[in-house]
Design a protein around this ligand. Structure first.
Ligand code: CP
Ligand code: NVA
Length: 308
């Protein structure tokens, strides 16, 4: 069966655990090497990834390009506005054509159904590089970052603050796959997709919702937030006011465990969802988290192409 990676559940807990271990091994094996040098085994030599972007990106684009380079393969960046896709060629036809040229397709777009449709018509693996629904690649990097800093996933106490968005949906999926405790603090009207929460809790996670930021963060091992206004959303004044009590600042962070860490997928809006003091402070792992997008991407690609 074709290994698409549209959500974490497409791979499942065992495959993601294998990706995480592979990512740690590959990262360790190339310490100090030039960033463009291929890994010793160059496992994707001769392979090419097409990367279709309908939204902006710094990390996802660069980390996928460098991931392919380090795996010994190539990548092609395709901005949808410069493709026939942007002039009305269908997703299905785009999928069929790209499948004749490349070995895998990564797409970042708005409607998740577009990615599902692309996967349906493609004859090569499709990777979700972010949709309005989810951001699974980000969460593989986040799990890697938490593990690297000595925190075991089962039983982990994680707090999410702010907007109930695409990144949160993938965190919820991870909670179900790795059985950790997730306390979500979001204002009324900005809750995340309840179906992800139902699936995670049925799988043995403990995902709970509160309106109280302090209740969510109390005793947490990991505190996570994201922008209050995701790509494609309006910058609504009402929303900013509703979000303010969920800002991650020093006083909120102080209610977490003393060795708690802070994660943010970036880009950050300093002074909104997080203060400079926290994001630049000693508990913040954001630069390791951003670097780990590269290492996580490599393992996701290897899994999709049947090399893991
Ligand atoms: N975190 C993340 O996906 O960043 P980019 O939007 O820069 O790709
Ligand atoms: N939730 C954010 C994540 C950006 C990486 C967005 O969708 O814009």
């Amino acid at each position: 069966m074709m290994r698409h990676f549209l959500n974490l559940s497409d791979a499942g807990g065992d495959a993601i655990a294998a990706m995480l271990n592979d990512a740690i091994d590959r990262k360790n094996a190339r310490q100090g090497w030039p960033k463009g040098q291929a890994d010793a085994d160059a496992p994707l030599a001769g392979h090419t990834l097409a990367m279709v972007f309908e939204k902006n990106s710094t990390r996802t684009r660069t980390s996928f390009e460098m991931a392919m380079k380090q795996l010994g393969g190539d990548s092609i960046f395709m901005a949808s506005g410069q493709m026939q896709l942007g002039r009305g060629e269908t997703i299905a036809d785009t999928a069929r054509v790209l499948s004749r040229y490349v070995d895998a397709i990564m797409i970042r777009t708005d409607d998740h159904d577009k990615v599902s449709e692309l996967a349906h018509y493609a004859s090569v693996p499709v990777i979700n590089g972010l949709t309005d629904l989810s951001h699974p690649c980000q969460i593989v990097a986040d799990l890697l970052t938490v593990m690297e800093h000595g925190k075991a996933l089962p039983g982990l106490e994680l707090a999410w603050l702010g907007d109930g968005n695409n990144v949160l949906n993938s965190v919820v999926e991870a909670a179900g796959l790795f059985k950790f405790n997730l306390r979500i603090a979001v204002p009324e009207g900005y809750e995340s997709d309840s179906s992800f929460i139902a699936v995670a809790n049925a799988a043995g996670a403990n995902v709970t919702l509160t309106r109280d930021a302090r209740e969510a963060v109390a005793g947490a091992d990991v505190v996570v937030t994201d922008t209050w206004v995701s790509m494609g959303q309006e910058h609504a004044h009402n929303k900013m006011a509703a979000m303010m009590p969920y800002q991650v600042n020093a006083s909120l962070m102080a209610t977490a465990k003393s060795d708690a860490v802070f994660l943010h997928c970036l880009p950050a809006h300093r002074g909104e969802e997080v203060t400079d003091g926290v994001i630049d402070g000693p508990q913040s792992l954001i630069w390791d988290e951003a670097e780990n997008r590269l290492h996580a991407q490599k393992s996701i690609l290897l899994w999709c192409l049947g090399k893991l």
